[in-house]
Ligand binder design. Structure first.
Ligand SMILES: C[S@@+](CC[C@H](N)C(=O)[O-])C[C@H]1O[C@@H](n2cnc3c(N)ncnc32)[C@H](O)[C@@H]1O
Length: 303
């Protein structure tokens, strides 16, 4: 291949394609099979054009060099699909809100452990972790109403009433998605699935857009994490990893589920996307479902 700089897009040869597929797979777990090869080629051509390079091999050498780390991150960013929305998969979120949070809060209350740790793995532009934060805030205020803690109630009421502490970690491999998530500014179109009571409580209108209020923003912490690596955030009560695994092949999915198992506290929960399932991939989780919403609960191992 050598015509990328001239405006015509030469096809990658099979061996070039294989090299690129392997590199991307090793770096981030995304697997581009023959059905998605045209997407890989298209994004490669865009990067070549932006870098003003016309030789695949020169570009590949750059990618695998020490100096090419930044370019490799940019290429991976061009390959990710960042589609997301607030309150995505309503049935599953109802299960999270009504069953999972109830169970966790009751268990924690009994153990006098007032901390909740959750992780949105592959958070894209932030709609998922902010949705989690809104639902946790709701569940907590209801829980505290039924189980008064004896702490003085201050005004304005904090989003997370003491003695409770909530940490929601939101991570992604895409720096541009993380920047947008951190900025927390959403258009009317993005907000179409957010009802008015949530808009009023958790967003400020800034011109034509909606800005996440500080109180909600403070519940979420954004960070870069590549799910392909071994060292992932530990001691979570809940992990959301929705619509991410579907881009991985079966071997990588198995490895990731095993890592998630180790990243969860005993009896913790894993929520995957509507088109994803743990079926046939692990026996370390039980599937739970209500109506049409599904989630997985880690089977505790006796120590
Ligand atoms: C389709 S979005 C899903 C967003 C959100 N979880 C949802 O369901 O609405 C997939 C996200 O996974 C991220 N991703 C893909 N591979 C990843 C990896 N190896 N490590 C971390 N994030 C990854 C992408 O950057 C993208 O933002």
């Amino acid at each position: 291949m050598s015509a990328a700089g001239t405006g015509t897009q030469a096809q990658l040869s099979d061996s070039e394609l294989k090299l690129l597929q392997t590199l991307v797979y090793q770096e981030c777990g995304m697997y581009f099979d023959s059905r998605r090869a045209h997407f890989l080629q298209d994004r490669l051509h865009r990067r070549l054009k932006e870098c003003r390079m016309d030789s695949f091999y020169a570009y590949y050498r750059l990618l695998i060099s020490k100096e090419g780390k930044v370019e490799l991150a940019k290429l991976l960013e061009h390959l990710t699909v960042n589609e997301t929305s607030f309150f995505r998969n309503k049935a599953q979120l109802d299960l999270f809100h009504r069953h999972i949070l109830n169970d966790l809060l009751a268990r924690k209350q009994e153990q006098r452990d007032y901390s909740l740790r959750m992780w949105s793995a592959g958070c894209s532009t932030g709609q998922e972790p902010y949705t989690m934060a809104m639902l946790v805030a709701d569940a907590l205020s209801y829980h505290v109403l039924r189980n008064p803690s004896g702490y003085d109630s201050t005004f304005p009421k904090p989003m997370v009433p003491p003695p409770w502490k909530v940490e929601i970690l939101a991570s992604d491999i895409s720096y541009s998605a993380l920047r947008a998530a951190q900025e927390g500014l959403y258009s009317e179109q993005h907000m179409s699935s957010v009802d008015y009571s949530y808009r009023l409580r958790h967003f400020d209108k800034v011109g034509e857009r909606y800005s996440v209020k500080k109180t909600l923003r403070e519940m979420v912490h954004f960070d870069f994490h590549n799910l392909k690596t071994e060292y992932l955030p530990q001691r979570n009560d809940v992990i959301f990893c929705r619509n991410v695994m579907m881009y991985f092949d079966e071997a990588e999915q198995r490895r990731l589920i095993e890592k998630f198992f180790r990243c969860l506290n005993g009896g913790g929960y894993l929520l995957v996307g509507h088109a994803e399932s743990l079926l046939g991939l692990t026996e370390k989780f039980n599937m739970i479902y209500r109506e049409t919403g599904t989630a997985y609960q880690q089977i505790e191992v006796a120590l």
